[in-house]
Design a protein around this ligand. Structure first.
Ligand SMILES: [Zn+2]
Ligand SMILES: [Zn+2]
Length: 238
């Protein structure tokens, strides 16, 4: 497993090309944040590298974050994205998920021993996207919820009004940097302000030619002093 210790307690692991899971290790409990495409045996890796119990959490229900869920007996995910876990299991096995799914709700706090992980809402990219604020590290694990290139692609995404509420709330949280699931290094929180300003001047005309996500998806770019925000958005969410 190719991984980088972002801090001694936070390992960012490249499960597949540019597809990262994160392992957070407290003194009495660990958290595996996402399970990637399912190509590598993360359970084996955890059992070799941990001397504590661990929990498995999904940042959201997209295939590239839940692909290894089947290796574990229980996974936590936000209820709004459970249908995505179910359709992934049906597509890959023809059956409902073979593992138990527990609710993962904003406001929950996991005490890992010397380190606390607080669940926060990142509704937008999907309705059930959540982040994990590692309070003592000042780092947010953000899944795909704050990516500098933010995808708002289909029925599982929330309307723009919800995304705005999410980003405003995130601005007030006590962290400076975040880990995103398709980026190897820590990202600066400033991009949240750039996304918010972008949403006030979003270019929503139909694309002149279909981009990689099809004819309904607008691609809007905003160059902001705080960073370059790119948003691909389904016009139905406006
Ligand atoms: Zn996603
Ligand atoms: Zn993703």
């Amino acid at each position: 497993m190719n991984y980088k210790a972002i801090t001694p307690r936070v390992w960012h692991m490249e499960e597949d090309y540019r597809d990262y899971c994160t392992l957070v290790r407290g003194s009495k409990l660990a958290i595996l944040w996402d399970t990637g495409q399912g190509k590598q045996d993360l359970r084996d890796f955890l059992e070799e590298n941990l001397d504590t119990p661990y929990l498995v959490l999904n940042s959201h229900g997209h295939d590239d974050h839940i692909g290894g869920n089947h290796r574990f007996p229980t996974v936590y995910a936000h209820r709004e994205d459970w249908h995505l876990l179910a359709s992934h299991a049906r597509m890959t096995t023809g059956e409902p998920p073979a593992y138990d799914v527990e609710e993962l709700n904003p406001g929950m706090v996991f005490d890992l021993g010397g380190l606390h992980g607080r669940v926060i809402s990142l509704a937008g990219h999907t309705r059930g996207s959540v982040g994990l604020l590692l309070e003592e590290e000042g780092i947010l694990l953000a899944g795909d919820g704050l990516n500098p290139t933010l995808l708002m692609l289909g029925r599982e995404s929330a309307p723009v009004s919800i995304l705005k509420e999410t980003l405003r709330a995130v601005q007030d949280l006590p962290f400076d940097r975040f880990l995103a699931s398709h980026y190897p290094t820590l990202q600066d929180k400033k991009i949240v302000r750039a996304h918010l300003r972008h949403l006030d001047c979003l270019r929503t005309e139909p694309p002149s030619h279909p981009g990689p996500y099809g004819p309904r998806i607008c691609r809007s770019i905003h160059k902001d002093p705080e960073g370059r925000s790119v948003i691909h958005i389904d016009r139905a969410l406006l």
